[in-house]
Design a protein. Structure first.
Length: 695
């Protein structure tokens, strides 16, 4: 594939009438659409210079999806529609790297860095000015290996022990900065086999978003972006990884034997030319002073980057010198990582207060004497829960060591016990809610204590702010300050009351004038038409984040049906399970919640899903299917969607827990495995009968 080679007419591709196309036309246009979409992926994710609008891109992608749906034989492995596959069954298989993925030796002082450089000069028998180095940012993420054959992505794997890692191809494909098919470099071409190394990472903003969502769902938050990236790439279901918006920088080839390139710096630019994303912040340097200058610059400027970096990687540039220096069993002797010292400050805990979340969770927060860390003032640090306080033994009045976890979240590392004078006070979580005075309860097996009153003003405030948020009903202008004022004046008591606000209620409130008042009322009215999935997320049902809200909306075509769904029915839906099912059933049983829903209905809020939904089918409910071979009447995606929306689950491999193997034309090894395990095999006609309710 050539970056500039496109025989397609972009305007024609945008305006395709898919139903009218013949098979030959569809196959031709699908190839052109893949070329066009992969080209735009390159400009958007690699060059950061999009040349079409998001709407145009979405239209091209939809046309390709529709073509492939009509003609499944048009689907290829490099199609942008194939970035999200089916969930894995039984974990990730192990793969062996073609070349070892070595770790880097760390240096923590400039003296150690200088010692490394002097050893390189000594071992090579060269002077300082004769050895060139490449300095790169050390991205704080997860090291991965990508394997290509004839320009097509075949496999993605974790580093593992350096010799072998886990095959995470299904999740790797969800990273849009990773090309599924490479561009052809005009000078060097593409090797028949290419393995590259990179660092998958999460941006700072994405890390914060994920943690906020997890906190809202009542599940543990990630300690730093690196852990979040690693956790995302090891998800069994690639849909979860896809929602995490991972990114990547490629930093090396496993072997350069196929190319006539003599230096690492040129390899990086070659990799960029064939479609990979490389860091723009790289520099050639000669001698200790130039390298030190680069390290010092980024130690100060790293806080301005949109991603985490914890140091600088320094590599000998010329490959002939790298080979002369060789490797130890663990590290290359021609490279080193200079680690930035973490910025830690000492401050004092003035108080420990408790905040109340929208689910009633009580979170202890240390109130600190203000201190500047990583470029911003820190005056509070979450202590998470009472177990965390006891584990760290943090007391009111303590001097504490503080840093920013991942350079983002203020965190108390430890109290300085040696500075205690006896005036410090131990903290106990309140048995009564500090806002409404109701009892607090810590459910068995949970770390979080909660307020038991649904009428708690703090819960109401957080719940309404969440309801109106961008990810919820997206009511522009209804921010935390306005919600607080409306509650104080008694104009609203719950989220539904927002839809009954009048002009005179808002005008004059917090400097609202005629235009801003009308804008807010229009935004409130506009939000009534949001799809069911957004409403479900906005309601703040515990454990129901945006993805689970989508799953529920896909399985029920209106809110009434979901409200009447039982525990067993919900538990049988793929990705729901007992915990979420219990939470959903409990939420809809509470009289106060049903009253709010009734008020929402009377206000004209949409309760229906925008998607065509199939009813739960007893033939599919709770059953596990595996697909093999080509189907005549359905694409694989359609068959999978029918099974899942009818209450079943599709897995990628046959096991003892598989109920049915759907066998199409030219089946693969899955059929042999089904026969060996005595798993029932069904034909396409059997499948159609099951859809129609026949047993």
């Amino acid at each position: 594939m050539s970056e500039n080679n496109s025989k397609s007419n972009p305007e024609r591709l945008l305006n395709l009438n898919v139903p009218d196309l013949s098979k030959e036309e569809a196959l031709r246009f699908s190839e052109q659409l893949r070329e066009e979409l992969n080209r735009h992926n390159y400009y958007y994710y690699i060059k950061d210079n999009p040349v079409i609008t998001d709407d145009q891109y979405d239209k091209l992608l939809k046309n390709l999806f529709d073509l492939e749906k009509k003609y499944p034989e048009a689907i290829t492995s490099d199609s942008p529609t194939q970035r999200i596959g089916a969930p894995l069954e039984g974990g990730f298989p192990t793969v062996t790297h073609s070349e070892k993925m070595l770790s880097l030796q760390d240096s923590f002082t400039y003296e150690e860095l200088k010692d490394f450089l002097e050893r390189v000069y000594r071992d090579l028998g060269l002077k300082e000015e004769e050895v060139e180095f490449v300095c790169e940012l050390k991205i704080d993420g997860l090291a991965v290996s990508l394997f290509y054959e004839n320009g097509y992505l075949r496999r993605g794997a974790t580093r593992g022990d350096g010799i072998s890692g886990e095959d995470i191809t299904s999740n790797i494909k969800t990273i849009k900065a990773i090309p599924l098919r490479l561009f052809k470099d005009s000078r060097y071409g593409i090797p028949p086999v290419l393995e590259v190394r990179g660092e998958a990472y999460l941006s700072k903003d994405e890390f914060v978003r994920i943690n906020e969502e997890r906190d809202e769902q009542g599940i543990f938050t990630f300690a730093n972006p690196r852990n979040a990236a690693a956790g995302s790439l090891r998800q069994i279901d690639p849909k979860i990884a896809a929602k995490r918006n991972l990114n990547i920088f490629i930093y090396a080839m496993a072997s350069n034997d196929y190319l006539d390139i003599s230096e690492h710096f040129e390899v990086l630019h070659y990799l960029k030319s064939i479609g990979f994303k490389i860091s723009e912040n790289i520099k050639k340097a000669t001698g200790f002073e130039q390298i030190k200058e680069f390290c010092q610059y980024w130690q100060d400027k790293r806080k301005d980057l949109p991603y985490e970096t914890d140091g600088i990687v320094i590599k000998v540039n010329m490959f002939k010198y790298q080979k002369m220096l060789g490797n130890t069993s663990r590290n290359p002797r021609w490279a080193i990582a200079f680690k930035f010292p973490p910025e830690q400050k000492i401050t004092r805990v003035k108080d420990i207060k408790v905040s109340i979340g929208r689910t009633g969770a009580l979170t202890p927060v240390a109130v600190l004497e203000p201190v500047v860390i990583a470029g911003s003032t820190v005056s509070n640090a979450t202590l998470h829960n009472e177990d965390e306080i006891k584990k760290k033994d943090v007391r009111i009045g303590d001097f504490v060591l503080v840093h920013k976890a991942g350079d983002i979240i203020p965190e108390i590392i430890k109290p300085l016990v040696e500075k205690r004078n006896g005036s410090e006070k131990e903290f106990e979580m309140p048995l009564k809610c500090p806002v409404c005075g109701s009892d607090t309860l810590r459910p068995e097996g949970e770390a979080v204590r909660r307020c038991t009153s649904l009428a708690c003003p703090a819960i109401q405030y957080e719940a309404i702010v969440h309801f109106a948020s961008k990810a919820g009903m997206d009511i522009e202008g209804l921010g935390p300050a306005i919600v607080d004022k409306l509650l104080q004046k008694g104009l609203i008591k719950d989220a539904a009351d927002v839809y009954y606000l009048k002009y005179e209620d808002i005008y004059g409130l917090d400097n609202f004038k005629e235009k801003s008042t009308n804008n807010l009322l229009n935004s409130i009215n506009k939000s009534k038409s949001k799809p069911l999935s957004r409403l479900l997320f906005a309601m703040g049902i515990r454990f129901v984040g945006s993805h689970i809200a989508d799953v529920l909306a896909e399985n029920y075509n209106n809110l009434d049906k979901l409200m009447n769904a039982g525990f067993e029915e919900l538990s049988g839906i793929f990705e729901i399970g007992p915990r979420i099912a219990w939470s959903v059933v409990t939420f809809f049983r509470q009289a106060q919640n049903r009253l709010v829903i009734e008020k929402l209905a009377n206000a004209g809020v949409n309760f229906k899903s925008r998607q065509k939904i199939l009813e739960i089918n007893e033939n599919f409910k709770g059953k596990i299917f595996v697909l093999t071979g080509k189907l005549n009447s359905f694409s694989r995606q359609d068959a999978k969607a029918i099974i899942e929306k009818s209450g079943g689950k599709v897995t990628s491999s046959v096991s003892g827990s598989t109920d049915y193997v759907l066998v199409g034309k030219d089946p693969g090894s899955k059929l042999d495995e089904a026969i060996r395990l005595n798993v029932r095999q069904i034909s396409e006609d059997d499948f159609k009968n099951m859809i129609n309710g026949q047993t």
